[in-house]
Design a protein around this ligand. Sequence first.
Ligand code: 13P
Ligand code: SF4
Length: 334
Amino acid sequence: MNLVVPEHPLKPSLNDQEREDLIERIKSLLDERQATLVAHYYTDPEIQALAEETGGCVADSLEMARFGALAEQSTVLVAGVRFMGETAKILSPEKTILMPTLEATCSLDLGCPIEAFDAFCNEHSDRTVVVYANTSAAVKARADWVVTSSIALDVVDHLSAAGEKILWAPDRYLGAYVQKETGADMVLWQGACIVHEEFKAKGIHDLKQVYPEARVLVHPESPSAVIEAADVVGSTSQLIKAAVDLDAETFIVATDRGIFYKMQQLAPEKRFLEAPTAGNGATCRSCAHCPWMAMNALSNIEQVLKHQDQEIQVAADLAERALKPLQRMLDFNR
Ligand code: 13P
Ligand code: SF4
C-alpha cells in the first residue's frame, strides 16, 4: 500500500507568556463549551498536562473510550487520532465529539479499507472476526469483537478456549504476538503501524551493551524480534505500570516517545531511553513519534473549541452496528 505519511507539523513557537495565555484561553473555552479534554499518552506533554489539570484524562485507547462515555460534559475533545474520536462518538452518540484535527489518522486504519476487509472476512466466514480498535467505524461494524492492545490477549484466549477460530485485523505484529501467546487458530490481515514497525532488535541489543541493567519495554505493535527482546510487552498503560513497578533504574522503551511524559512523571528518579529505530538519516516515519499524533497541538485545540468545526460524525446505522463489538469488549473488561 502506498501510504502518504505527513511530515511532523511545524508548531508555532511560543514564549512562556504566550503559552501560558493560550492555555488560559483554552481552559476558559473548555468551561464555556462544557467540554472535557481526553488525551492519548502519545500527544505532546503540554496537551497531556492540560488534560490532567482540567479534570479530563490521559490514557490508553481503551480507557479514553470509557472516560469519554462516562464524562458528564456534553462535549468531549479527543486529542489523539481519528479512530479514538470515532470510538467516543459510537459509545456516546448524543455527545459532541471534537478533535483538534480530523486529519489525524493511523496507518493501521488506512491499511484496512472496508471493501477489501469485507472480502477477506467472506473468504473466512467460519471465523470469529476480531479487530483492533485502530480501525474505521465500518471495519468495526463488520467485526464480532473489537479489542485494544490491553485486552487482546484475554479476549482471544477466551474465544480460543471456547473453540473459536479467529480472523484478526489489522496489525500483523500484534496478531502474531497474540497467536504465539494464546496458541489460538488465527488468520491475520497484514497491516502495520509505521511507527512501531521501525524499532530494531539489533539497536536494542546494542543499547543493552551500554546499559546492561536496563529493562526493555515494548508495545506489541512492534516486530517479533523486538518483542522477543522485551522484558515486558504491553499496551501503553501496561508499559507505564511496568516502568513504575519494576525494580530497575533504566528502561529502553519501544513505543511512541510521547509516553515518556507520564513515565517520567510517575517515576521521576528513573531513566527512560528511546529504543533505536532506523538510525542516522531516519525520516519522519522512523523517529519514535507518530506523525498523526503530532498533528494535535495547543493551537488547534483552541481553534476547534472556538469554531467547533472538527466534529466527528458517524452515521447512525453504522454506529449502531459498530457499537455491538465495542460494547462486547467493554462488558468483557468489566
Ligand atoms: P494503546 O491502546 O496501547 O493506547 O495503543 C494505541 C496505539 O495507537 C498504539 O500505537
Ligand atoms: Fe496508529 Fe501507529 Fe500512530 Fe498508534 S502510533 S496511532 S498505531 S500509526
